[in-house]
Structures are given as C-alpha cells and as structure tokens.
Design a binder for this molecule. Sequence first.
Ligand SMILES: O=C(O)CCC(=O)C(=O)O
Length: 252
Amino acid sequence: MQPAETYHDKGYYISDPLFSASELAEVSSLLDHLVARAADCEEMAKDCVFERDQPASKRGGVAIEPDSKAVFIVGDVPRFCPQLIPFLTDLKLVDLVASFLGTSDIVMHFANLTMKSAKIGSGINWHRDFLNKFICPVAPSMVRTMICVDGMSPDTGATRFLSGSHNEPGQAASDVEPMDDRIEVAACSAGAVAAIHPLVLHCGPPNFSPLPRRNIVIQWGRTDVPLATDFKESVTGKTIECLRAEVNRINY
Ligand SMILES: O=C(O)CCC(=O)C(=O)O
C-alpha cells in the first residue's frame, strides 16, 4: 500500500526512518539546547507547557517537584530554534504531507516539541485534532506529522490510534474501551514520521521509562483552506519556500 492509502484507510501512517543518524544527532542536540533554555527564558516559557503544571493523574499519580523544569510542550519551535526549519521542511516529509492532503500547495500551521520526559512524561487522553481551538482550518483538511526523534515504544509512551475511527464520527473519545481490538500502538524507530488524520482518535500513555520521548509535531494545511482560528505561531500560513528563504536569510 502507498503511504496515502494507509493513511486514509487507518487514519494514521508510520514511515520508516526518514532522517539519517547524523541528521538525528543534529536535531537531538538542537532540542537539548532548546529544552535547556525553556525554563529560564521568560519569552520561551510563555510558549511552553511544563510537567509541573500538568495534573498528576496524567502520569499515573506520580508527583513531581513544584520547581521541576521538565517541559511537556515547547510551542513555536521554529521561532526559538530556526536551525530546525531545514528538518521540518525536509523534502521527504513534505512529499508525504502533499500525498496525504492531495496537493503540493501546502502551508505550515504550527510546530511544537511534544516531549514525554523520562520517568515523568505525561500521557495524553483520547482526542481528535479537528476541531481544535489553537490553530485550526475551517474544514478537516489538515494533517499533523510527528518527527519521532527518539522513536517510540510502548514503554516510552508511544502514541496509540483507534484505527479507522476517522470514519466513525459517532465514536466518542470518552467511550473508547481500553481493550478495543482496533487500538494500534505506533511503535517506530528513531527518525520515523507519524502522520495523524485530523479525525482519527488517538492518545498516549505516560512515559515511566528512563528514556525521553521527543516528537516534533507539525500541523500542515492546504493553501486554499483558510483558518477558523485567530491564534498564530511564527510559521502559521507560510509555504515551504517562504520558510526556507527565511532560513537562508538568517544564514547569509
Ligand atoms: O505526542 C504524541 O504522542 C501525540 C501528540 C498529539 O496527540 C497531538 O499533537 O495531537
């Protein structure tokens, strides 16, 4: 099956690794610096969600220090780390997105780091990405991709999908049975890309393992479908060409 067929059939797709070991080492080091700055940079902290602010119920009741600097989400990563943009706009990734959206006229909506820190990384409840109140198009013609920098395993809190639920509007997130045999675990190697259909139900358990699980989540949309929301990140509505040109200007 072609990636787009799997994506439309199951509501998600997991690729083989798209990034080489040296590319991943560079991304990993950029993320280490980003996360280290997050807690102490006031400007960045405004765009972050910290583990200390998440309810303990999202990590199985495990308590953490009130001054813990562990981040759950770093928002607008291209703004705080433009060196990541060449990876976020990698042609192999962009080609996949174009095949899922049925057009190469695509724009980025946002990009964040969703990090499940070692031992205390919060889980994510069952949900659909469309509708959302953050950055959302008027129709469900968007896709979220995740660059799985560390890969994902059941132990590190791999995303779980209710396969086929993008075609079942009547299936409520709150009614998913834990033993439903349509639940599939998106285990993957470091450097793989996971794509999430806007209507598929997905969730993820906490990360109690000694290893971090870092995913760069990028939401993409079609150029011809406007946003229904007002909020904007630095990349919102920008094409690949525009984003790459900005990086070239910075490097020049
Ligand atoms: O990080 C994950 O495992 C999933 C992220 C997610 O659920 C989302 O961005 O909608």
